[in-house]
Design a protein around this ligand. Structure first.
Ligand SMILES: [Zn+2]
Ligand SMILES: [Zn+2]
Length: 612
């Protein structure tokens, strides 16, 4: 829907005209250049060309300069319709690229042939006489629409050069694709460029490596992250937080294996519905087939059905940080956002129909609590409902009705705005997706809650009701983080690696000024970890501080700089005068250099920061 609005916007026309303006500049700067196609795209435009001499990134300023000059000529952009194919052909051969005719018209002639019979064949031309009295002219086979004049193309920038096959087909010739962007105002252009810079600076793949969080190794395989010590601490901090929150809400922890017999997934139906995402199966000596776990649900169902359940036992909320493996296409792997092995903060709730509303509400409330704690304040939820016209959904219409009513009621009760997306439900029940906005205003699809009538049916799950008769429970699948991998990817970019104190893998680092202060520095760190005392002070907090000592033989300035780059929240600097006076130099990530502080006061500040 958004796409459509964009295609009808002035911005879309403006970018299309910018593409033509670039093409005109290219025909002047690279005589003999063959133009292929040049559409507007999501964040700008491009043009594919075949150039007699290579066009490189360093040529872009020169092309931009020529575009500016052409824009200043204020060429009117005029639509022309050829009365027939022959005339269109003649226009392309004569004028398309400044009368160079046949040699440069190859792609345009092919495009002309592709215009369906009976459709108008339109061209857009732009023309002006410059100060020297020369005719500057460009015409392009094009459906349009465009803005009125090249003078309107003011705020643009050429971004990059890439290769692209003609018609996207690897058997065809490789063309040069020039990317650019254009905006209505200078501010919008600058904001966009700034956002791009910021996004690059925050890229979790680069920060993940630079901050020592995780890495990918070709010897381990694509999409299989190795978690380094600092990343592992971050994982544990996040999962401990959620585990504690879940304990408070009556969840029961379980652990299940990483592989299971094929029979489990036959029963669950995943072997049919999820086969293409499963790693190749393995077979043991007794010819039993095993499958690497792509989902936790069937395991939790086995636990539920391992004993008779009464209506009084429900709801049962089984929770597991379950690692699953999915065979994603290697071309689709993207840092931590799409991996082949990841850990879901998974849980399955088995509930009675009369509990659905309250349980759903509990889950959504948990999600909101989690997001608030993580500092992700902007988010929206999308309710995926059934497409009434389709028959791919299983279960009684009444169930669907009830589930949807419960979800909507839950959102309303919690004051949560939601958008409805018909046809977005899973085939087994409606769902709620969480879309988080990060610090740059980008959307991240994160956690999800799904109501499921299918698996209880397939596994013939039951509980004995108050009427002593068997009833079928409803299942809720939920994962507030989505996965630890994805959540840490998001948080890394959201905070640009400067995690809040409670999350930071290293919360403080002690910097001895010279070798003779090393011993004291280590003793201070020990105390902050909750062992022993230093300078008569003891650590007074339930958790040890995550503190390290940087005792490398480097200058203090260099150590400060490098720990700044590591985004460590607090640096504690120890020198002769500090040891004499019972002080420590404090440098705070946000508040800067706070100078020497009495030891007890510095430690108290750390504790307060951890408490808040
Ligand atoms: Zn065009
Ligand atoms: Zn599940």
């Amino acid at each position: 829907m958004q796409q459509q609005a964009y295609e009808e916007s002035r911005l879309y026309r403006l970018r299309h005209s910018a593409a033509h303006l670039m093409a005109q500049a290219l025909t002047e700067l690279y005589p003999g250049v063959k133009l292929a196609i040049g559409p507007p795209i999501e964040n700008g435009f491009y043009y594919d060309v075949e150039s007699p001499e290579p066009i490189r990134e360093e040529d872009l300023p020169k092309i931009e300069q020529r575009m500016r000059e052409l824009a200043n000529l204020k060429q009117p952009i005029v639509r022309r319709v050829a009365s027939n194919r022959q005339e269109a052909r003649a226009i392309i051969l004569s004028d398309c690229t400044l009368g160079q005719g046949e040699q440069t018209a190859e792609y345009k002639l092919e495009l002309l042939e592709a215009v369906p019979e009976g459709e108008p064949i339109s061209f857009y031309e732009q023309e002006a006489i410059d100060k020297q009295g020369r005719r500057r002219y460009f015409i392009d086979l094009c459906r349009g629409p465009h803005v009125e004049s090249t003078a309107e193309v003011k705020h643009f920038k050429l971004m990059s050069v890439a290769g692209a096959y003609w018609r996207g087909d690897a058997r065809n010739k490789m063309l040069t694709r020039l990317y650019g962007t254009a905006f209505e105002t200078k501010e919008e252009l600058e904001q966009y460029l700034h956002r791009l810079e910021e996004a690059k600076r925050r890229d979790h793949r680069i920060l993940g490596r630079d901050l020592g969080l995780f890495l990918f190794s070709p010897r381990v395989g694509p999409g299989l992250p190795l978690w380094l010590p600092k990343g592992t601490v971050l994982r544990e901090v996040l999962s401990d937080f959620l585990k504690e929150e879940q304990l408070r809400r009556g969840y029961l922890p379980v652990v299940t294996p990483h592989i299971a017999s094929r029979r489990l997934y036959e029963k669950s139906g995943h072997i049919i519905t999820f086969k293409e995402k499963m790693f190749p199966f393995m077979e043991d000596e007794e010819k039993e087939t095993f499958i690497l776990k792509p989902m936790n649900c069937p395991f939790h169902i086995e636990i539920y059905s391992s004993q008779m359940r009464s209506y009084r036992d429900l709801p049962i909320r089984l929770a597991e940080f379950g690692t699953v493996y999915r065979y994603e296409q290697s071309g689709e792997l993207a840092g931590m956002l799409r991996v082949r092995g990841f850990t879901q903060d998974d849980s399955h709730l088995f509930v009675r129909p009369d509990q659905l509303l309250d349980e759903f509400k509990g889950v959504v409330d948990l999600m909101m609590t989690v997001l608030a704690k993580l500092g992700l304040r902007e988010y929206r939820v999308r309710l995926g409902t059934r497409d009434e016209a389709s028959d791919k959904y299983i279960g009684h219409p009444q169930n669907w009705e009830d589930a949807q009513t419960a979800i909507e009621q839950a959102c309303r009760d919690l004051g949560l705005e939601y958008e409805v997306s018909p046809g977005d439900a899973a085939f087994y029940g409606p769902k709620l997706d969480l879309i988080v906005k990060d610090a740059l205003g980008r959307d991240w699809q994160m956690g999800t809650v799904q109501v499921d009538y299918n698996l209880p049916e397939r596994f013939e799950l039951e509980y004995i009701g108050e009427d002593s008769k068997p009833h079928r429970p409803i299942m809720i699948h939920r994962a507030p983080f989505g996965s630890l991998e994805r959540m840490i990817g998001l948080l890394t970019e959201h905070y640009a690696g400067a995690f809040p104190m409670w999350m930071a893998p290293v919360q403080a680092v002690v910097l001895p000024i010279a070798d003779r202060h090393n011993e004291a520095a280590h003793a201070l760190a020990e105390m902050l970890r909750g062992r022993g005392e230093f300078g008569g002070v003891r650590w007074q907090f339930s958790l040890p501080l995550r503190v390290s000592v940087d005792d490398r033989r480097e200058s203090l300035n260099k150590k400060i700089r490098e720990n700044q780059l590591q985004k460590v929240p607090v640096m504690l600097i120890l020198g002769d005068r500090d040891l004499e006076n019972g002080t420590v130099g404090v440098r705070h990530r946000e508040h800067g250099d706070l100078g020497p502080k009495p030891l007890a006061e510095a430690v108290q500040t750390l504790v307060e920061e951890l408490r808040s």
